[in-house]
Design a protein around this ligand. Structure first.
Ligand code: GAR
Length: 203
């Protein structure tokens, strides 16, 4: 069993998939705290509905990173809730060294492409615009770079002729909802080994 803190900026469908996996598949994870940089984010609504402490953290004066006072506040909230690991689920701010030092090798992210292709924003749109034939999602440990950390699991999906970015994103999200619980199960069961950039997994 591992206690996780979750950070997200959007609707929280990945967060919901984790809650469903706890409920329905016995995923040995407890969500102890959820934070969002958007006061009205769906992820906060979902957390409160599930009875999980949920907080808005205003990133000001920064707009693209969790730094300064907001970073200190987030770390304090996670630590006071007893989080052992931080799960970024659609969190759109860059993570800085303070959070990484507070949770060494224990910050995970999910990205909607097969990294290292298409890091950054709207990766599903980048894939369609580029003309990629295959895309997918990646669960990885977070390091100081943008979407550069050691890869835990990836799931591929086809990019079909005529796909809009939205079509592709929906197909990728289905796989995200499988990949994140899978990675978290391995982590919770102590079955992930980090060796430099390589992550050994049971899968
Ligand atoms: C997901 O597709 C996630 O991979 C992506 O945002 C979406 C959040 O959806 N994250 C990133 O692009 C991070 N750079 P959700 O709020 O429904 O889980």
């Amino acid at each position: 069993m591992i206690r996780i803190g979750v950070a997200g900026s959007g609707s929280g469908s990945n967060f919901q998939a984790i809650l469903d996996a706890i409920e329905e598949d016995g995923l040995p994870v407890e969500v102890v705290c959820v934070i969002s940089d958007h006061a009205d984010a769906g992820i906060l609504v979902k957390a409160r509905r599930a009875g999980i402490p949920a907080h808005h953290v205003n990133p000001a004066p920064y707009r693209t990173k969790l730094d300064g006072e907001a970073e200190r506040l987030a770390i304090r909230m996670f630590q006071e809730a007893g989080a052992e690991c931080i799960v970024l689920a659609g969190f759109m701010l860059m993570i800085k060294s303070g959070l990484l030092r507070a949770f060494p090798n224990r910050v995970l992210n999910i990205h909607p492409s097969l990294l290292p292709a298409f890091p950054g924003l709207e990766a599903w749109k980048q894939a369609v615009d580029y003309g990629a034939k295959v895309s997918g999602c990646t669960v990885h440990f977070v390091d100081e770079g943008m979407d550069t950390g050691p890869i835990i699991v990836q799931k591929a999906v086809p990019v079909l002729p005529g796909d809009t970015p939205g079509d592709l994103h929906a197909r990728i999200l289905e796989q995200e909802h499988i990949a994140y619980p899978e990675a978290l199960r391995w982590l919770a069961e102590g079955r992930l080994t980090l060796d430099g950039r390589r992550v050994q997994t049971p899968g």
